[in-house]
Design a protein around this ligand. Sequence first.
Ligand SMILES: Nc1ncnc2c1ncn2[C@@H]1O[C@H](COP(=O)(O)OP(=O)(O)OP(=O)(O)O)[C@@H](O)[C@H]1O
Ligand SMILES: [Mg+2]
Length: 379
Amino acid sequence: MKNKPANPFITVGYLGPEYFCDRREETDRLLKAIISKRNVTLISLRRMGKTGLLKHTKYLLEKQKKPVQVLYLDLLPGMNSKDLLNGLSSALLRLKNNEKNFIEKALGLLSNLRPKISYDALTGQPSLELKLESANDIQYGFDNLLHILSELKQDYVIMLDEFQQISNYPEKNIEHMLRTVIQTYPQIPFVFSGSSRHMLEPMFKAANRPFYQSSELMYIDKIEETEYRNFISALFLAGGKKIESQCISEIFRWTRLHTFYVQYVCNLLFEKKEKVIDMSLLKEVFFQIISSSEPLFTNYRNLLPSHQFQLLQAIAIEGEVSQPTSSKFISTHNLTTASSVSTSLKALNEKEMITNDQGRWLVYDVFFSRWLEYRYGNL
Ligand SMILES: Nc1ncnc2c1ncn2[C@@H]1O[C@H](COP(=O)(O)OP(=O)(O)OP(=O)(O)O)[C@@H](O)[C@H]1O
Ligand SMILES: [Mg+2]
């Protein structure tokens, strides 16, 4: 695998199984589905670990005795179905495979779409651009891509991360087109992944949508606490440091055990020169996080209507709120009326500033929540 990182607590990407905690059940379930050619849809809160899980599964699939090759594509940067198709064909070009004249064959099959190869100046990675002028071109291109894969001797899986993006594409019927083509190639399983529950879930759960019942839904939750605790202790020890058990409990409480935030706190702690991580160092790091994000968070206050910001403050101060329209909550936090709270709640939810976890409202970004609590909690 790659070189040993200076800091074992990664906050972007995937560096191999040594730096990836647990997720054994989830990985196992995903591997089984892919090997049995079933489609899966991964859903979780943002920053809980979907992309990490996809990359970990990719690593394991490609290392198997009978490897399964993975075409992974992040749909976040793309704006439309052309970007999706060009992204997929570029990923196809970068696949490792032993087929003779693979690239020539692929380009031959796509020749109607005048494929153009270019090479990234920095990484040397090839990209493929197709001439896509109509909805028919897109369908033809997608069909041919899957056809090329289906003819290869190895097994393949296509992972589409941030799949809810396709609902924002300007082209009509893209869902329908994708579904139609995908189901003609049952030998190529798909993993769809995304965080926007209110966009992704209806795509797969509503009877009138093309992807209805076409894949099994898999929810990614928090990492199991004991596993995470052992993982953190071990990585500190391997770096010649010791973290007190009480500190780990406090990190889990402060970050709600939300993966990215746990990783981030541990990353900052690891960077400190101290060999023993105790509560006072941890408090310092919490304060460091809150104060370094201050300019960004202050800006939210300028961007949001004042009632919405007030409601955010109230939720953050309480930590979690199950009855936001109750008279007690409204009067404690001067939120005027139940109907204004309902309106603000809806607006904040649409902006993904808050989220509902099993009936309890929370400020979505954990660090923002802690900042609000710190700044306004004692007024
Ligand atoms: N099992 C894990 N062990 C250690 N670190 C992890 C694990 N899963 C994810 N991470 C790290 O946590 C951070 C957030 O994870 P990731 O990007 O996978 O979340 P995500 O659900 O895809 O987020 P988003 O919705 O924003 O795309 C990343 O830095 C990732 O490296
Ligand atoms: Mg992701």
